[in-house]
Every structure is written in C-alpha cells, then in structure tokens.
Design a protein around this ligand. Structure first.
Ligand code: FPP
Length: 249
C-alpha cells in the first residue's frame, strides 16, 4: 500500500534537505493598506510592492529555492477600477523591462501561469520574450501568476482532457494525478511545499488549489510592501519546524 502521493514520495527521497522547501508560493497582499496607512494613493503601495518583489526574488535565490510563484494578478482582479488595473499592468511592464537582464544573468527562468494572453498584446509579447529568453536557465524558476484563478486553471485542464478523450487520445480510466498535473499551468514545477499569504488575511483566494493539497500554509501580518529576505527566511524556518505526514502517521 502506498500511503504517500507521487509528489510527496519524491519529496522524501533524493537525500535533499527536507527543511528547505523546493517551491514557495506567495499571495502578495496588503499594498493598498500599506499606502492607506501613509495617506498615499494605492499606486504607491503597488510601487513599493514591486520593490518587495525584487527583494523576494533575490532572497529566494539566496535561500536556495528551486521555484517561487507569485500571485501578481488574479482572474478576479479585473473587478478593480480600470485605472488601478492599468497601474498594475504598467508596473508589471516596468518590472520585466528593468529586471530581465539581471534575472537572465542570475540564472532565473521566468514562467507565467494563468490565462495571460487576455492582456494587452504588447505585454503578452514582452512576457513571451522573457519566458523564451530565460527558458534555458535552471537556478530559480520565477512563476508569475497573471490572470490566474485556480478554478479556471482546473476547468481549462479538464476541458483539454475531455477533448483528448473525445479524440481517443487518452483513456479516461488511465487518468492519474501525474496525467492531470501535466495539463495544469504549473506543469514541470516542483511540488508546492509552502504557501505564504501576507497582510493577516487567511484565505487561499482561488490560488493553486490543486497544488496546495499538501503545502504548509504560513500567514503573516506583514503587509506585502514590507516583505523582505528576513520575512521569507522566517516562513522557511517555520516550514522546517513542521512535521509533514502526507496523510500517513
Ligand atoms: C494585493 O494588494 C496586491 C495585488 C493585487 C497586486 C500585487 C502586484 C504587484 C506587487 C505588482 C506586480 C507583480 C510582479 C510579480 C511584477 P491589495 O491591493 O489587494 O492590498 P489591500 O488588500 O491592502 O487593498
């Protein structure tokens, strides 16, 4: 009897340091409250949020993570005012343009998860180029979730599988978790070990619902613009203290 799922079994093997997570995901929350506390416009909070992204990506590399996934724009964020959406898109453009050389030089591989092709064509091209240019890197994978919603990801994967079944390309009885994961946006990323949410909220908000099945959850009161190396190291230390049993004893 196999008491561990395939991804958990791979976590237990290989002689790697189990106290360091391979893949960390972050729900970056609290930019608006950070700005409000300083009587600044929300844009100022998002701008500082970009600084926190820079620091955190560097810290992830320094701390030896294999993958970092950041929730930058959810499929629900379209409900925000058009001006704020434009600000977020502008900051994303600026981040990619300003950071791409350094990320590429440092061995960061950029991935996008989510239905990002709904964005402005120039931004889609910029993102596609960043992904293509860094595809050969293998130090840290930075996955940016854009127009991402886990329910949407699961529906897209299911639709694809149903089309494949209808075409006779897959036998529904042969579908297992590996075959399902191969149709998710996160295909090829290491199993998610640790999910962090900042700003005191304790919800998953439609983020990585399949992937978080066995992830440890860390909620911190820190507002995203204040997040830094020490905060990430603290969350990783908390992860290292937890006992992971994957449903076993
Ligand atoms: C949550 O704060 C943050 C966001 C919705 C956007 C996060 C995006 C960035 C930091 C910029 C783009 C990212 C990358 C990877 C370049 P909030 O506005 O919901 O804060 P509030 O809950 O305090 O109002």
């Amino acid at each position: 009897m196999n008491a561990t799922p395939a991804n958990a079994a791979s976590a237990a093997g290989g002689g790697t340091d189990l106290s360091v997570p391979r893949h960390v995901a972050i729900i970056m929350d609290g930019n608006g409250r950070w700005a409000k506390a300083r009587r600044l416009p929300r844009f100022a909070g998002h701008k500082q949020g970009i600084e926190a992204v820079r620091r955190t990506v560097r810290a992830a590399g320094d701390l030896g993570l294999e993958a970092l996934t950041l929730y930058a724009f959810s499929s629900e964020n379209w409900r925000r005012p058009a001006s704020e959406i434009a600000d977020l898109m502008g900051l994303l453009r600026h981040y990619i343009r300003a950071e791409l050389d350094e990320l590429a030089r440092k061995g960061v591989r950029i991935r996008i998860i989510g239905d990002y092709r709904k964005f402005e064509p120039d931004l889609v091209t910029l993102l596609d180029n960043a992904v293509e240019r860094t595809a050969g890197n293998d130090k840290l994978t930075l996955a940016i979730a854009l127009n991402y919603g886990a329910q949407d990801e699961l529906l897209r994967a299911t639709r694809r599988l149903m089309r494949e079944a209808r075409a006779g390309e897959i036998d529904p009885d042969m579908l297992d978790d590996a075959a399902f994961e191969a149709r998710l946006d996160t295909v090829g990323l290491p199993r998610l070990d640790l999910l962090i949410r900042t700003s005191g909220e304790q919800r998953l908000s439609n983020f990585l619902l399949w992937q978080a099945a066995y992830a440890e959850l860390v909620f911190t009161e820190t507002l995203w613009p204040d997040f830094d190396h020490a905060q990430l190291a603290d969350a990783i230390a908390a992860f290292g203290r937890r006992e992971r049993r994957y449903g076993g004893l």
